[in-house]
Design a protein around this ligand. Structure first.
Ligand SMILES: [Zn+2]
Length: 291
């Protein structure tokens, strides 16, 4: 496995025209950081995460600074390679020149046929996943800007378990036995993550919903917590279980608007779209096609 990882790393380095970031003394330790925006420190309104709005550039900078805190924590834990995936709509919000120069960044939307979305660039060579700026699923109580992928999605479940964007990504990582070691976002997102993904994963609640607004940590305080929790999570990765469900994978999805059902999918009496596959990626892919 180690040889395979080194080979992959070398190949990717070659493809990108950069030299390997792996230090000679350290064994390879690859950390994948997926960054959404609704759960970034201080954010409470959709306008703050929407391009063209006056406060968007400011929160874009906060998002970048929060990301640097996670990157710093990952390297402090011994990471030799950190890949950052932009996970907010359009996948192009980080001020990349301000990011820690040790990372590479995956930008831009995924091919519409791919189920990777917020995990694009992830593969089995990674050792730990960090989710930053995350929010709870649609209709989750006391949450800030909750939603689950497509805006018409009311909910989706895998094997009866309701999923969030964070747990969807954890399933992708879990397919290769890679744990999500840390999630930062609003308090509701943190609660939901510990319920679904892993009870002992690190979480940082940078803010909490408050009567339509938010009570937030000071950004500098939040960044210190993000840095330290990422470091602890990556160090303790062996004790955090990867999120896995038992095959076959039964998808149940409720969407607000009628959808064209793909081959193999059906509509049940409750108006939910159902699709089952023995292969997790095929099941998630079917959901992506119909949400
Ligand atoms: Zn999101």
């Amino acid at each position: 496995m180690q040889m395979l990882q080194a080979w992959r790393c070398a190949l990717l380095s070659l493809a990108l025209g950069v030299s390997s970031l792996a230090g000679a003394a350290n064994p390879p330790l690859k950390v994948f950081i997926s960054v959404d925006m609704e759960g970034i420190t201080g954010v409470y309104s959709a306008k703050e995460v929407s391009r063209g709005e006056p406060d968007y550039p400011y929160f874009r900078e906060i998002m970048t600074r929060d990301t640097n805190a996670a990157i710093e924590g990952a390297f402090a834990a011994g990471a030799t390679d950190v890949l950052v995936r932009e996970g907010h709509g359009g996948m192009n919000h980080l001020l990349i020149d301000m990011l820690d120069k040790r990372v590479r960044i995956v930008r831009g939307p995924t091919h519409p046929q791919s189920m990777m979305v917020m995990m694009e660039g992830f593969d089995d060579s990674f050792d730990a996943v960090v989710l930053l700026g995350y929010h709870a699923s649609t209709n989750y109580p006391n949450s800030i800007l909750p939603h689950t992928m497509g805006k018409e999605v009311v909910y989706f479940k895998v094997n009866g378990q309701s999923q969030s964007e964070g747990s969807y990504n954890a399933l992708i990582a879990g397919r290769y036995d890679v744990p999500v070691v840390m999630l930062a976002g609003d308090k509701a997102a943190c609660e939901e993550a510990r319920k679904i993904i892993a009870p002992n994963m690190e979480v940082v609640a940078v803010k909490e919903a408050l009567n339509g607004g938010v009570i937030t940590l000071h950004p500098q305080t939040a960044r210190k917590l993000i840095r330290d929790a990422t470091e602890r999570g990556v160090r303790n990765r062996a004790s955090i279980r990867p999120y896995k469900l038992t095959p076959p994978y039964a998808i149940t999805m409720k969407v607000d608007e009628p959808r064209k059902l793909m081959a193999g999918a059906s509509l049940n009496a409750a108006g939910e779209i159902e699709f089952t596959s023995p292969d997790l990626y095929q099941a998630l892919n079917a959901m992506v096609q119909m949400w």
